[in-house]
Design a protein. Structure first.
Length: 269
């Protein structure tokens, strides 16, 4: 138990809450306190609170912390949140015990019951935190997939890119195979590539061969998106290094569905 004595104009500080209590004036049987706290911390006199409100003071703030904990996407993050909650509980308990001791010495008797109620509410956090320790929640949050759309027709490229962005992809574009290869050589590593097969400077077949020679791009999924069939271009689609072939005109919803199905198949393999 930490016990302190304060004179007029001396403070008690709760650093975890950004809160301080200053002794403004000391008189026989009474002490005037000034409390400086952030706007989101509610401070009330006991006589304006009903018993239920006093019992559960601070519960809504704790619930917000629990909600943040539930949304954490890693066990490490959850462990850090639990540690921070325990630190806050310890700070509040020690500080409020100090305030009670001062009150029992004859200072601010009318605030003693309020401070005791607040201390009780923070003590109840221990049980709530125990449930977090026993059954931590994890949220499987996938990062947005990145796509490289390689198409020399500007209007077609922008329309398909806009559609995929609305579907949750991060989309970069390239005007032809040479442009795409330059981006990849400069360190860009998308998850998928949608590749037109008939382009100037460097066509789709050549682009795929160059990519498949680079072991750093071994996980890149490449899908042909073209007005030609594989047979028309003389390509063996199964042994070309491509992961799929979509012939124009596209059904964009079907394209997305097959991309997702292919990704799920890779993850479960």
């Amino acid at each position: 138990m930490l016990v302190l004595s304060r004179r007029a104009h001396e403070r008690i500080v709760f650093p975890a809450f950004g809160t301080s209590v200053e002794v403004l004036e000391v008189k026989p049987g009474r002490v005037r306190l000034g409390i400086d706290a952030p706007a989101n911390i509610q401070i009330l006199r006991e006589e304006v609170m009903d018993p239920a409100q006093a019992k559960h003071a601070g519960s809504s703030q704790f619930q917000r912390l629990v909600n943040v904990t539930a949304e954490a996407n890693s066990e490490d993050r959850l462990r850090k949140i639990r540690h921070e909650l325990r630190n806050r509980l310890n700070t509040a308990s020690v500080g409020l015990a100090l305030a009670r001791r001062q009150l029992r010495a004859g200072m601010v008797e009318d605030l003693d019951a309020t401070l005791d109620a607040i201390a009780g509410s923070f003590q109840s956090l221990e049980g709530d935190m125990q449930s977090l320790t026993e059954a931590p929640k994890q949220v499987n949050a996938r990062r947005p997939l990145e796509a490289l759309l390689v198409e020399d027709d500007t209007n077609e490229c922008q329309l398909l890119a806009g559609f995929m962005r609305l579907a949750g992809y991060k989309v970069n574009t390239a005007t032809d195979g040479e442009d795409a290869l330059n981006r990849l050589r400069n360190g860009f590593k998308p998850d998928v590539m949608l590749l037109d097969m008939n382009m100037p400077r460097c066509d789709g077949v050549t682009t795929v061969k160059m990519i498949r020679c680079d072991p750093q791009l071994a996980n890149l999924r490449i899908y042909a998106v073209t007005g030609y069939s594989a047979e028309q271009l003389g390509v063996d689609a199964k042994h070309s290094g491509l992961n799929g072939w979509f012939q124009k005109p596209l059904n964009p919803e079907r394209l997305l569905g097959e991309l997702q199905a292919d990704r799920d198949s890779c993850l479960s393999a």
